[in-house]
Design a protein around this ligand. Sequence first.
Ligand code: NAP
Length: 266
Amino acid sequence: MKLGVMGCGKMGTALVAGAVKSGAIQGADLIGFDPSTSAREAFALATGGEVTGEVSGLAACDVLLLCTKPQHAAEALAALHGLVSSDGLLISVAAGLDLAWLSRHAPPGWRVIRTMPNTPALVGEGAAAFACGTGATDGDAGLARTLLSAVGSAHELPENLLDAVTGLSGSGPAYAFVMIEALADGGVKAGLPRSIALELAARTLRGAATLVLESGTHPAQLKDQVASPGGTTIAGLAELERLGLRGALISAVDAATQRARELGRS
Ligand SMILES: NC(=O)c1ccc[n+]([C@@H]2O[C@H](COP(=O)([O-])OP(=O)(O)OC[C@H]3O[C@@H](n4cnc5c(N)ncnc54)[C@H](OP(=O)(O)O)[C@@H]3O)[C@@H](O)[C@H]2O)c1
């Protein structure tokens, strides 16, 4: 397999560097294409792969990872037509470009996979999903899973659920950033220095998430375990319930999912 990466920016570099680090792919089997010299240099340093500023450098690739911004994807894919062989796999991380769009713009005869990663992939803590186009093989799905799993977790889903993934894990880091910022504000209001409040808030969210994932215990049970009768935590929880935190988060995921559907239709 020769893996070509179109767009050696943040996401392309993070995914491929993770896959190289995990041993899933070798630097020698890689080539990154990007018009930006600085992006190419950073990609080569992080992955050990070859880089090129000419799209013709991708001619020998039989798997291509599309990591440009969505608005550059049509131009990037058009440059492959007549360049690559008639049998290959395109894996896209570009938000909002659906399987039908990818099939229309991929080189003729190529199979396509659409993925939805999220920004924590940049630090190896991603949560992603992917959907396979018609004709994609089990091996193709396995490759997408391997690439995404190298920087977090990956679930194969029917394409109609990817908008919900966008609303939850795709947009979710932003919800978590707001929660971290607001918790830190609460700490500052109570007298803590800003830097300490921020670190306590971020580590508290990370630690709680790790506890859920590693213990396999339902979050409601973990919550009950730390809320002692008449104590501090139940006083804080009562305020969250009074002010509607649960409803706000459910509505946020729902609104982002609806917006992803609208953008997909346009
Ligand atoms: N960042 C995330 O956390 C995240 C999460 C989910 C999905 N995604 C998806 O990942 C994709 C990449 O995002 P990113 O944050 O990695 O963007 P990025 O850092 O801007 O990287 C995109 C790279 O593609 C290059 N490029 C532009 N036109 C190209 C072409 N025709 N052929 C090859 N390369 C080209 C850009 O060069 P120039 O800078 O010179 O234009 C840039 O270096 C997006 O489609 C986004 O929807 C990202």
